[in-house]
Design a protein around this ligand. Structure first.
Ligand code: UT7
Length: 333
């Protein structure tokens, strides 16, 4: 068999979707013992978007984001040969959300699968898609990062609910003859020993002894906020520094650092330590909260549409989250 030609990957288009319903901090004040001031100070969040569960969710948000990414790329669903959906809130364990989205956008018989890496869902999926295109097995991939976290939140609890919102981001990646284009450096890691710092138990036996008194309902997200915060601040900085060292690129050679919107304090702490100017590490957490796998793709789409990066620019994607997982990808657009 003839050996495959080396190739690169082109970001052909991006898209995003959020539900119209806004849940402001002031709404949460009426639902639980919290305040707009406490939430804004501790997280940078003012409001987030929440699905109407009767007609919206992970599937509809992911589908709408991919439709917009296809429109932006001037392509049709039938042009895709693979759809990857990074999510941890898929409506059904079977079929995958990706299968339903692929069918809705007309991508049949493209391969389709979900990828579970919690808040790293989009960055992991982008890295996997780039690798599969470079392997020569796939030519055009629809990548989605989406979570409807409101479906896994106990709104009687103030420790976790204030942080999360619902959103989707998507990208269309296409084989390109230039091997220097696409994801030029990537890292994906996990440490399952820390799983119980961020988890969604379905049955009582899944709850560790030390968390049995936690009043959060089964089926809803539980988080050891302080522990995750500690992990995130260190890992986030290390992951960005590793991406710069691994590519030999300086901060001045990166157009945008597109980070999972976990908590503004986490992002700011890393940004200041590394010495990245604020305009290169933008945040939208004030308006959309932490949307888990949705956040990096949503921000990437907003930045692309605002013209914050273009062909030839370097963009760094970074995320960390449940698993525990952390990942980066350095893209030459
Ligand atoms: O994207 C996935 C990864 N997840 C993250 O990155 C989240 C990382 N963690 C965090 O962002 C922060 O830990 C939180 C924002 C979740 C919490 O902030 P914190 O500064 O770590 O607060 P804390 O849990 O240490 O609680 C401090 C105090 C406590 O009161 P006492 O014990 O000091 O009297 C809490 O009971 O704040 C209280 N508190 C609240 N007060 C008002 C906790 N939640 C609330 C609330 N409103 N919503």
């Amino acid at each position: 068999m003839k050996p495959l030609e080396p190739c690169g990957v082109r970001l052909a288009g991006t898209g995003s979707a959020v539900p119209p319903q806004v849940l402001h901090n002031r709404d949460l004040e009426r639902m639980m013992d919290t305040s707009d001031e406490w939430i804004a100070q501790r997280t940078g969040i003012r409001e987030r978007r929440i699905c109407d569960p009767t007609k919206e969710g992970t599937f509809t948000l992911g589908r709408d984001a991919l439709v917009r990414a296809l429109e932006a790329s001037g392509m049709a669903g039938k042009d895709l040969d693979l759809v990857i959906c990074g999510t941890c809130t898929g409506e059904m364990p079977c079929p995958s959300t990706a299968c339903r989205i692929a069918s809705e956008v007309g991508a049949t018989p493209a391969a389709a699968f979900d990828l579970t890496a919690a808040c790293c869902g989009f960055v992991y999926s982008m890295n996997v898609a780039d690798s599969l295109i470079r392997s020569g097995r796939f030519r055009a991939v629809g990548v989605i990062g989406v979570d409807a976290m409101s479906t896994a939140i106990d709104y009687d609890d103030r420790s976790v609910s204030i942080l999360f919102g619902d959103a989707a981001g998507a990208a269309v990646l296409v084989r390109d003859p230039d091997p220097t284009r696409g994801c030029i450096y990537q890292r994906m890691h996990a440490d399952g020993a820390g799983w119980s710092n961020l988890y969604i138990p379905r049955r009582p036996q899944e709850v560790p002894e030390e968390d049995r008194d936690n009043p959060i309902k089964l089926g809803c997200l539980r988080m050891n906020g302080r522990e995750v915060f500690r992990f995130a601040v260190t890992k986030f900085r290390e992951t960005v520094e590793d991406a710069l060292a691994g590519t030999g690129l300086g901060v001045d050679q990166i157009a945008q650092f597109v980070c999972h919107q976990s908590n503004q304090r986490i992002i700011e702490a890393a940004r200041e330590k590394i010495g990245i100017p604020p305009e290169k590490m933008p945040v939208n957490i004030d308006r959309f909260g932490n949307s888990s796998a949705g956040s990096a793709g949503l921000l990437l789409d907003q930045l692309r549409r605002d013209g914050k990066f273009g062909v030839g620019d370097h963009v760094v994607l970074v995320a960390f989250g449940g698993g525990l997982t952390w990942a980066s990808g350095v893209w030459r657009i």
